[in-house]
Design a protein around this ligand. Structure first.
Ligand code: CMC
Length: 434
C-alpha cells in the first residue's frame, strides 16, 4: 500500500536546463527522487557526504522513523518483537518476511542446530591469534575463514547456496564468538550442545568449562535474547550498507558479512558499546574527570572527545531501543542483585546532557549502545566482547539485506562517483630531475 499524498515527480534545474525526475514512493516515510540518469543527461553527479540524504536501495525489511522513534521489522514493532519472540524467530522474520508458525519454527531451529560445530581445523586458526587479540578481529577473520570450507556455496544467485550459507553463518556465529573469548582467557574451547537453545548454547560455550556441568542462568538467557533482538536489524546502517556494498560485487555471503563486522567494529558504530563503558569507567576511576567535565569536553569544538552512546544519524527524538533498555537496565541489575556505579554515572550523564542546550539543539539522545554495555556488563560479559554480541544480533539483518539486494533486479555493483579537486595535468619528470 502506498501513500497517495506522496509526490510522483520532481524537477531539477541544472544551468538552463530543467529535468523531470521520477520519484519512488515509500509505503511509509520519505519517498526518493531518482537521480540515476543525471550524469547521463546533464553531466552532473550528486554530492552527499556520508550518504545522509541518499537512499541506496528500496527495501521491505525494516522501517525506521527517526523523528517519531519508530522501529519496525516487516511491519512488527520492535517493542512487540522484544517482548514476545525468541531471537531465532526474529531472524526468520527478517530473512523470510513472516514470523514462523510452530512447525516452521521447529524446522528452522533444527536446521540451525545441525550446523553449530566448526571444522576441527578451525581450532588451529583460533590458536594462531595472540591472547591479547581483540575478539572482533578474531570474529571477522574467522567468519571470512569459514568461507574457505564452503566454496560450493559462493553463487549469490543460487537459492540453495544462499540457504546453506545463511544457516551455517547463523549456527556457527555463537561458536566463533565464544571461542574468540576462550582464546583470550586461555581456556579450552567448549563444543556446542544441541539440546540447548540458541542463546543457552552460546552462554554455555562462553562461560562453561569441560570439567563440570554448568547451569545457564535463565535470567541471563532472557536478557540476552532481548538484547540480540534489539540489535537484529536497523535499515541501511553502516555495517549493513557495507555488507550490501561488498556483496554487490558478487563476493560470497561469508566474505560480505565479514566486511560488515569490520564496519561494525568502529567506535562510531557498534564499537560504541565498548567505548561507552570505557568512558563511564574513566569518569568513575579518574578523580580529575566528572560528569560535568565530560559534558564540557564533548561540547568543546577543539576537543575530539564525544559522549559515546549519544547521537544517531537517524533518530532525532529518541532511540526506541535505548528506551526499552533504559528500564531493562534497572530491572536486570536489580534481578542480578548487582549495583553498578557506572549505571549511576550513565543516568547522571543522560540527565545533564538532556538539559544542556548543546545536546538539546542537536537532538543528541542516548542511543542503543548507551545502555546495552551496562547490561552486557551486568550479565557478566567482558567489555571487549560487547561489539561481538552486537554482531551476533545484527547477523540476520545483514543476511536479509544481502539476499534482498541480490533479488532486486535494480541492483548494480556499488560504485559511487566523486568530485575530483586535484591537479589537472602535469609534465612528467624523470626521478633525477624531481
Ligand atoms: N558527543 C558530542 N557531540 C556530538 C555527538 C556526541 N556523541 N554526536 C554528534 N555530536 C555533534 C557533532 O559534533 C555535530 O556538532 P556540530 O553541528 O556543532 O558540528 C552535531 O552533533 C551533528 O553530529 P554529526 O557527527 O554530524 O552526526 P552524524 O549523523 O554524522 O553522526 C554519530 C552520528 C552516531 C556517528 C555521532 O552522533 C557520534 O559520533 N556519536 C557517538 C558514537 C556512538 O554512540 N555511536 C553509536 C551510534 S548508535 C548504534 C550504531 O549505529 O551502532
Amino acid at each position: 500500500m502506498t501513500d497517495s499524498s506522496q509526490p510522483t515527480n520532481a524537477k531539477i534545474t541544472v544551468g538552463d536546463s530543467e529535468l523531470e525526475l521520477k520519484t519512488w514512493p515509500a509505503s511509509i516515510g520519505s519517498p526518493a527522487v531518482d537521480i540515476s540518469k543525471l550524469l547521463a543527461t546533464h553531466g552532473v553527479v550528486t554530492y552527499d557526504p556520508g550518504f545522509a540524504n541518499t537512499a541506496s536501495t528500496r527495501t521491505a525489511i525494516t522501517y525506521v522513523d527517526g523523528a517519531k522513534g519508530t522501529l519496525r521489522h516487516r511491519g512488527y514493532s520492535i517493542e512487540d518483537l522484544a517482548e514476545h519472540c525468541t531471537f531465532l524467530e526474529v531472524a526468520y522474520l527478517l530473512l523470510y518476511g513472516d514470523l514462523p508458525n510452530r512447525a516452521e519454527c521447529d524446522e528452522w531451529t533444527n536446521s540451525i542446530k545441525m550446523h553449530t560445530l566448526l571444522s576441527e581445523e578451525m581450532k588451529r586458526f583460533f590458536d594462531a591469534f595472540p591472547r591479547s587479540a581483540h575478539p572482533m578481529a578474531i570474529l571477522s577473520s574467522a567468519t571470512n575463514a569459514i568461507s574457505a570450507f564452503y566454496e560450493a556455496y559462493y553463487d549469490p544467485k543460487s537459492e540453495d547456496a544462499i540457504k546453506e550459507s545463511t544457516n551455517r553463518l547463523i549456527a556457527k556465529m555463537p561458536t566463533i564468538a565464544a571461542w574468540a573469548y576462550k582464546k583470550s582467557i586461555s581456556q579450552p574451547y567448549i563444543y556446542p550442545r544441541n539440546n540447548l537453545t540458541y542463546v543457552e548454547n552460546f552462554l554455555n560455550m562462553m562461560f562453561g568449562l569441560p570439567v563440570e556441568e554448568s547451569e545457564v542462568d535463565p535470567l541471563i538467557v532472557k536478557a540476552l535474547n532481548v538484547l540480540l533482538i534489539l540489535h537484529a536489524d536497523h535499515g541501511q546502517n553502516q555495517s549493513t550498507a557495507t555488507v550490501r556494498f561488498v556483496g554487490s560485487s558478487h563476493a560470497n555471503l561469508f566474505a560480505s558479512v565479514s566486511a560488515g563486522m569490520n564496519a561494525l567494529w568502529g567506535p562510531l558504530h557498534g564499537g560504541a558499546n565498548q567505548a561507552v563503558v570505557e568512558m563511564l569507567s574513566s569518569i568513575h576511576d579518574d578523580p580529575a574527570m566528572t560528569v560535568d567535565k565530560a559534558v564540557a569536553r564533548a561540547k568543546d569544538p577543539d576537543d575530539e572527545f564525544r559522549l559515546m552512546g549519544f547521537g544517531h544519524r537517524v533518530y532525532k527524538n529518541f532511540d526506541p531501543r535505548a528506551l526499552i533498555l533504559r528500564s531493562f537496565a534497572d530491572d536486570v541489575l536489580a534481578k542480578m542483585d548487582r549495583d553498578d556505579p557506572l549505571l549511576d554515572i550513565a543516568k547522571q550523564l543522560a540527565v545533564v546532557a538532556r538539559e544542556d542546550d548543546y545536546f538539546v539543539s542537536r537532538n543528541l539522545y542516548p542511543n542503543v549502545d548507551f545502555y546495552s554495555g551496562i547490561i552486557f556488563r551486568a550479565l557478566g560479559f567482558p567489555t571487549r566482547m560487547f561489539t561481538v554480541l552486537f554482531a551476533i544480533g545484527r547477523l540476520p539483518g545483514w543476511i536479509a539485506n544481502w539476499i534482498e539486494m541480490h533479488d532486486d533486479p535494480a541492483t548494480r555493483i556499488g560504485r559511487p562517483r566523486q568530485v575530483y579537486e586535484g591537479i589537472v595535468t602535469r609534465d612528467f619528470k624523470p626521478i633525477e630531475e624531481r
